[in-house]
Design a protein around this ligand. Sequence first.
Ligand SMILES: [Mg+2]
Length: 450
Amino acid sequence: MGEITITGFTTRDVRFPTSLDKTGSDAMNAAGDYSSAYCILETDSEFEGHGMTFTIGRGNDIVCAAIPHLAERVKGRTLSSLVSDWGATWRHLVNDSQLRWIGPEKGVIHLALGAVVNALWDLWAKSLGKPVWRIVADMSPEEFVRCIDFRYILDAITPEEAVAMLKESEKTKPARIQDALNSKAVPAYTTSAGWLGYGEEKMRALLGETMDAGFKHFKMKVGGSVEQDRVRLRIARDVIGYDKGNVLMVDANQVWSVPEAVEYMKQLADFKPWFIEEPTSPDDVLGHKAIRDALRPLGIGVATGEMCQNRVVFKQLIASGAIDVCQIDACRLGGVNEALAVMLMAKKYNIPIVPHSGGVGLPEYTQHLSTIDYVVVSGKLSVLEFVDHLHEHFLHPSLIKDGYYVTPSEPGYSVEMKKESMGEFEYPGAEGKSWWKSAEAKGILEGEKI
Ligand SMILES: [Mg+2]
């Protein structure tokens, strides 16, 4: 294959009006419009790199405005020069000293980084004719470790330790690659029935349907009121039972203080949730540790990570014993490379990776990350969130079969969106073309901003 050079880039602001039916509603996020801040890398070859970052509506334009500042740093570079020393490339991308001031490595600029880094992985994978998970599965331990910038995590894990761990996992890797090829690498869990805005009948119907489809893990949003949550969790346990091998999880999306989280969860303990997700501020490492210590006697674990801003905060959550479950996000972290760094730390501290995946495009991404974790890093089956919304807009949507993700086989990182969908839901969009110029959109555009 000849040399591929990155010649330019475009950004797209794509928003789906999910606030209309309260899809995605929880105790903190009342009415989100699932959105993609999109980065397309153009090249002098037949290939384009597609990456995106997920937001829930307003502010998606701010992420789109940040993307060119980072994409500019790879323009004119050859793909081979970028991927041959990925750790150095990643460092280069975060190393513009002026842009660093508006992070560093967090907030809008880091969300934009996720889109750009993932677009590079997509481009690389397409040029190799492989899905992203397979590129990593085919790497040697040394190549894997070279993808990572270890500077701020060396006190938790060294490259040498990482290579030793990966070599150990490598002995049994061929069997797990076979599991992946048979689509038995990533069991799925569902949040479909659990949104706070859904009524009782809708909940019962969705729980029943997803159970019939082979799901064994079910997550419910909580944090509105104890009385209502007790009613909703009773309905959930009614349908899924206590003794059928089904697992219940709950998610509070950061609404509580630390003492409130402990008090509230004590009152839900009889429904036996595996974990409480995001009980409090995502930055509060000590708070998560306190909640975990208080809930351990009740058999309830603590999970967080969807708003954990980078590997440095994950290091603290993991190494201090503040979490039982590590919920990496594919594009809040700085793309594949930073996700790999967190996977290594989680493996060392024996904490399962259960990626955050409830938004547009996220399941398409995370199916690769969970496959990598199982095949290459942890060697253990975990679970991955699946929400059955908006997949129809992608060229290669994620799919569930018999309760497992169908392992992606198409080259790339699976988030390339259909051209028609991009046009139809582009924001603010073109008159006569975009849904956002329709009469129906006025309800959102002119409504109260909650
Ligand atoms: Mg969540």
